[in-house]
Design a protein around this ligand. Structure first.
Ligand code: AMP
Ligand code: ZN
Length: 704
């Protein structure tokens, strides 16, 4: 390697243009090389500090010679991926699409075509492997010598996007394979389970973030995140059902290959069945269609694949689909019913959502009595009124949607309420937004109750024993109207209340007392400010450090915004505090405006004051590491960790003052060995470095 990282370089100010050009080219190469060593091979050659010095040098030169910034400049890349989008990966073998069958006849024709093409005798059976068609996104994982080297989306089939960093965060994606062919591309589907999708949407909703229409969109949105930490926080799974480039066959048949994939550690899509006749295939289709509603994941059909791989080879492909496979799609789950009423729900942030209350009807085995109408514009677009007969569909299997009006019930056009149905306050719809909102804030029962639920939820104050029902009840009794009331609860308030025994009262009061000390990030998140989800709350807490610093800054931001309500592009023109806020990583003007609005409301300030009076909000831990058993130690993680991702393991170790290194040397204090660890574990053994299992490690740092 060149000497670009060495400290005795010419000062940037002294470089001429030619020298700068040459050095930028060298730096681009070197940094790309080290990125690959670190991210793809897990084997860095230089320390993090040396690496940072390279990047810093590159930035300095670019700042002085902006015209020389290269297309492949490292500043556009974060680690493995591209910052301003994803890198591209050309598939060694194209990722194909599938032909479709919609009827039993289509299926029979598919099998007949296969027989004709292969010139089979009437007596010879064509075995068909039938399996569910997962409604997710396909991805290809390339392993070389048993190591995951990259992952890509299907893209246009020829070229996909580099999603390596993100795919590595999935539990179902092994980083290392034992006993795999030298080259193996495993293909399959990234998906989100239905229950996890609903829970994610609930979290998104309560954080004032975007909700997803169906599990497929949620999976796609979660995978296509530039920050792999976000992907890691989403419940994504992967089924392996196919392969691309392989250096040795996985078996003689599709069924054998599936078995091999399972042995290598991949999850398979079930139920699958080996069939020998069209009748059996159709029977399988009916069975799966019947089970569809009870499956954990969404499917949009089943796929039939000719079982023998030598036959697959001979059959080849036509245009973009293989001749040896076909997708048998399910009919969309639709039904017709009457809208008995249109009601409006009020959410935590005051958002009014119109809901169609339906005459109950079964759609694909599930009884549906409500469907969302999303917003006023959607009602207008559909032209729905109470009393109309409508066609509904369970989109992506989960949330029922109104597709269209079938028969006009003759009722009056629906008028969106001009007052909140919960509290009677005015409603408003801001320019450029589709939603109406109640302006009642905390005097609105619906909003207040939803906010309280959010306040005590798992990622906020996490007060066990204070469930939805209790909150609604306590609200009703006037016992808890504001968050601070929670901390004033006494045993005598609860004595004699239905369902409350001495034990449960003590438990609840203990749980509440436990939470009178709360980290700043949880506190901010708990306030339920629109657009301030967990990630943003963490960023704010980390940037401002203490409650007082944050509060002061937010008051200043609010004042600056009030004085400059019309600037919508340049934060600097609004004020220095405002600009500083927007300058924090991913905090944008939407979040900043929301904070400004929150701090501009007197009742919010009251809530904060009353909470501050009873709580101790603790500063965010900066890596002060007194008493940490691993402070100053050098740690190497190797192999596949089960309980946490690499990224999380590294972050935690660093927050405890440890130095995380990518390679084992005599200076290494601990090597934490996950499953299927390779050369690093061997080297550690040779050097006599202490080796810990993942559990040992966790036990050790837990002790701190
Ligand atoms: P389509 O998107 O309708 O062209 O269908 C082809 C896609 O189905 C493939 O690209 C895969 O992403 C997806 N798929 C889902 N499950 C399976 C499966 N079991 N076998 C093959 N493809 C599948
Ligand atoms: Zn209201």
């Amino acid at each position: 390697m060149s000497e670009t990282g060495s400290p005795n370089l010419k000062p940037v100010a002294d470089l001429n243009e030619n020298e700068a050009r040459r050095e930028l080219a060298q730096l681009a190469m070197d940094i790309a090389y080290h990125d690959a060593r670190y991210h793809k091979e897990d084997a860095p050659e230089i320390t993090d500090a040396e690496y940072d010095r390279l990047r810093h040098r590159n930035e300095e030169i670019e700042a002085r010679f902006p015209d020389l910034v290269r297309k492949d400049s490292p500043t556009f890349r974060v680690g493995g991926g591209l910052k301003s989008g994803f890198g591209k990966i050309k598939h060694v073998r194209p990722m194909l699409s599938l032909g479709n069958a919609f009827s039993d006849e289509d299926v029979a024709e598919f099998v007949a075509r296969v027989r004709r093409f292969l010139g089979l005798e009437g007596s010879e059976d064509v075995e068909i492997l039938a399996e569910p068609k997962i409604d997710g996104l396909s991805a290809s994982l390339r392993y070389e010598n048993g190591r995951l080297v990259y992952a890509a989306t299907r893209g246009d089939g020829t070229e996909g996007e580099d999603i390596t960093a993100n795919m590595k965060t999935l539990k179902d994606v092994p980083h290392v394979l034992k006993g795999a062919p030298e080259v193996l591309e495993v293909r399959g589907e990234v998906y989100m389970r239905k229950d996890e999708f609903l829970a994610l949407n609930e979290r998104q909703e309560s954080a004032g973030n975007k909700v997803f229409a169906n599990p497929r969109n949620a999976a796609a949105g979660s995978l296509r995140q530039l920050d792999p930490n976000i992907t890691a926080s989403r419940p994504l799974h992967f089924f392996g059902y196919a392969w691309g480039d392989v250096s040795a066959p996985l078996g003689a048949t599709q069924a054998e290959a599936r078995e091999r994939l399972a042995e290598l550690g991949f999850s398979l899509n079930h139920p699958a069945k080996l069939c020998v006749s069209v009748e059996e295939v159709i029977e399988y289709y009916r069975m799966v269609d019947h089970q569809r509603a009870t499956l954990e994941f969404d499917i949009d059909g089943v796929v039939y694949k000719v079982n023998r791989l030598d036959w697959q080879e001979r059959l080849g492909q036509v245009s973009r689909a293989p001749r040896w496979a076909i997708a048998h799609k399910f009919a969309a789950e639709k039904a017709e019913t009457i809208i008995e009423a249109i009601t409006v729900q009020v959410g935590r942030t005051g958002k009014l959502t119109p809901v169609a209350n339906l005459k109950p009807v079964t759609v694909g085995g599930v009884t549906v009595s409500r469907a969302t109408l999303h917003n006023e514009d959607e009602i207008a677009r559909l032209g729905v009124k109470e009393g109309d007969t409508v066609r509904i569909q369970r989109a992506g299997d989960v949330i029922p949607q109104v597709l269209e009006v079938v028969t006009d019930g003759g009722g009056a056009p629906y008028a969106f309420p001009s007052a909140c149905p919960e509290c009677g306050s005015d409603v408003e719809r801001a320019e450029g937004e589709v939603d109406w909102r109640c302006t009642g804030g905390l005097i609105c029962r619906a909003q207040a109750v939803e906010r309280l639920k959010h306040f005590v939820s798992r990622d906020a104050f996490d007060i066990e024993g204070l469930g939805t029902k209790s909150i609604e009840e306590f609200w009703h009794d006037g016992l808890i109207r504001h968050p601070a009331d929670i901390f004033a609860l006494k045993a005598e308030n609860l004595n004699g209340k239905e369902g409350w025994k001495d034990k449960s009262i003590t438990n609840l009061l203990d749980a509440i007392r436990d939470r009178t000390e709360i980290p700043l990030d949880r506190f901010i998140y708990a306030l339920g400010i629109r657009h301030i989800g967990q990630t943003t709350a963490k960023l704010l807490a980390r940037s401002y450090g203490s409650y007082t610093a944050w509060e002061n800054a937010m008051h200043a931001v609010s004042a600056e915004r009030k004085a400059n309500p019309d600037e919508h592009k340049k934060p600097e023109l609004i004020g220095t505090h405002y600009a500083e806020l927007v300058g924090i990583d991913t905090v944008g003007m939407t979040a900043a405006d929301s904070l400004a609005a929150f701090f501009g409301e007197e009742h919010n300030i009251d809530v904060l004051a009353s909470l501050a009076a009873v709580l101790t909000v603790t500063d965010v831990e900066t890596p002060s590491t007194e008493g940490s058993p691993v402070a100053g130690k050098t740690v190497v993680f190797t192999g596949t960790l089960e309980k946490m991702s690499r990224g999380e393991a590294k972050a935690r170790a660093e927050s405890l003052g440890a130095k995380v290194s990518g390679s084992v040397s005599k200076k290494t204090d601990y090597v934490v060995v996950g499953a299927d660890a390779g050369s690093k574990a061997k080297k550690a053994a040779e050097l006599g470095v202490a080796m810990l299992s993942e559990d040992d490690w966790l036990a050790m740092i837990q002790a701190s």
